[in-house]
Design a protein around this ligand. Structure first.
Ligand code: ATP
Length: 476
């Protein structure tokens, strides 16, 4: 048996009612003095502990006694006036140093009140040495729409324990979603409690960047309010979503972010729309090459891209590990809407095998040599898309089943908060992505371009194009 038991966390003592006190006869005056001293001691403790309430109360009490109602009223009016002027004069510093700290302290009290019950019902309270030990609520930091709660875990707990019960915690604390992320120290977990939803409103497209930044294409908004930037360099991108989930908005947001590159010749976008041009046809001039009716033409496009990837790889062999796009050797992006039509539903077996062979070469060799694929698909199963794992970047929009989430985003991502199957139909364009260096998935919404905006973009930035083998020029 160990000499001393050591465990982190708040120990919950047994209820005092269970303690059998010895029966001692004492005089009444002694008992009364003891109770009075104890009550006074407790009062002082409470006054000191809740100084942020008691200090203003004492101050206002003194003002009232000294000046009557005028005293407290004048101070409150002065505080409100200074605060309002500050808020209007410099909102950022008012929020940072005034509003958020006050709100954080208030919310900490609210969370503390429910903490014990929340930890026990979420099974995060640990029973140790016949005592209950709770994770310690350390700090609360509020910002627009999200409260970050710093929690010191009980010995033996890991952030995933909190991630697994995130939904339960969200309901307990009455917030929209809870995400658990590792903190700055191994014994700390950060709980992000999301209140409002910055993604509830439609996201307008940002202005077209003058020169596309291939490592950070602005394509939407993150749920923490920041812009979401997609990395294209060195990767291949797969977008998975049920019908009507907004796969089109991902495609058009990416195309828009590359538009100036199309005009300058630094980027070539090749469009493949096996659904007969319904989705991509509107912006056809954005595509240097475009195929929408003839499957053989689509196959040839993919084979041509694969050949180009192999040629560039051979040329760059031993010289560099990442190709730099130039107008002579531009970045090629193959945009494929509904990839399953080419890899699973195509009846011509020979053509299907040729497409699969070219695609697997393209996906494995293209990303380092500036030949990229942005493909959309509804069904992420291996039978439909055998080379799903060759797409390092995967975006999960609304999905039909919970089981599909981990197929798309990776093992354990649904437990960590990627609830793609719970995205309502009323929020098309919303999805989850895994951002470099962050083990928890990020909820994002892609910007939405109307049909007219797509046509305008094509008119402004589009160039010479080859459509199903025919060479055409001009606007859509
Ligand atoms: N980012 C977005 N913001 C707001 N509304 C959107 C967004 N994306 C799509 N929508 C709306 O949802 C509808 C369906 O979108 P979209 O056609 O892109 O879905 P999809 O996933 O491509 O569906 P399908 O597979 O059936 O083609 C659009 O007509 C549009 O009204």
């Amino acid at each position: 048996m160990p000499l001393v038991n050591v465990i982190r966390g708040d120990r919950i003592e047994g209820a005092p009612i269970n303690v059998r006190t010895p029966f001692v006869r004492i005089p009444m005056w002694l008992a009364l003095s003891w109770w009075t001293a104890k009550a006074l001691g407790r009062l002082v403790l409470v006054l000191v502990r809740f100084w942020y309430l008691t200090a203003p109360a004492v101050f206002f009490g003194w003002l009232y006694l000294r000046f009557g109602w005028l005293g407290p009223t004048a101070v409150v009016a002065a505080v409100v006036l200074v605060s309002t002027v500050w808020a209007f004069a410099h909102r950022a510093s008012w929020l940072r140093f005034g509003w958020w700290p006050v709100l954080s302290r208030y919310r900490r009290m609210v969370y503390r009140r429910n903490w014990h019950a929340a930890m026990v019902t979420a099974k995060l309270a640990v029973s140790f040495d016949s005592h209950t030990v709770l994770p310690v609520l350390r700090r609360v930091r509020c910002s627009a729409g999200v409260d970050v709660v710093t929690v010191r875990m009980v010995t033996g707990q890991i952030p995933d324990d909190f991630a697994k019960v995130a939904e339960r915690l969200a309901h307990t604390f009455g917030v929209r979603q809870v995400k658990a992320a590792p903190g700055s120290r191994p014994d700390v977990v950060l709980l992000h409690l999301f209140r409002g939803d910055p993604l509830a409103k439609l996201v307008r497209p940002v202005p077209v960047p003058a020169v596309p930044e291939f490592t950070a294409l602005p394509v939407g908004r993150q749920e923490d309010g920041d812009g979401y930037e997609l990395r294209l360099f060195g990767t291949q991108v797969l977008v998975v979503g049920a019908t009507g989930a907004g796969k089109g908005s991902v495609i058009w947001s990416v195309v828009r972010s590359l538009a100036n590159g199309v005009t300058s010749g630094l980027v070539q976008i090749w469009g493949l729309d096996p659904k007969g041009g319904m989705e991509l046809g509107m912006g056809a001039p954005m595509f240097s090459r475009f195929a929408c009716k003839d499957y053989a033409a689509m196959c040839e496009l993919i084979e041509e891209a694969a050949t180009e990837a192999k040629r560039r790889a051979a040329k760059l062999y031993g010289r560099t590990r990442q190709h730099t796009p130039t107008p002579d050797e531009p970045l090629i992006v193959l945009v494929i809407d509904e990839l399953a039509n080419l890899t699973a539903y195509l009846t011509d077996r020979q053509l299907k095998d040729r497409i699969k062979a070219a695609l697997s070469i393209l996906l494995s060799q293209g990303r380092a040599v500036g030949v990229h694929v942005l493909a959309a698909i509804q069904d992420p199963r291996k039978e439909v898309l055998p080379f799903r794992d060759l797409f390092p970047t995967r975006i999960g929009l609304r999905l039909a089943e919970a089981a599909q989430v981990d197929l798309v985003l990776g093992e354990g991502m649904r437990d960590r908060g990627a609830l793609c199957d719970r995205i309502p139909q009323s929020l098309p364009g919303v999805g989850f992505v895994v951002i470099d260096g962050d083990p928890t998935p990020m909820r994002v919404r892609f910007s939405y371009l109307t049909d007219d905006e797509i046509r305008d973009m094509a008119h402004t930035y589009g160039r010479l194009r080859v459509i199903d083998g025919e060479i055409l020029e001009g606007a859509a």
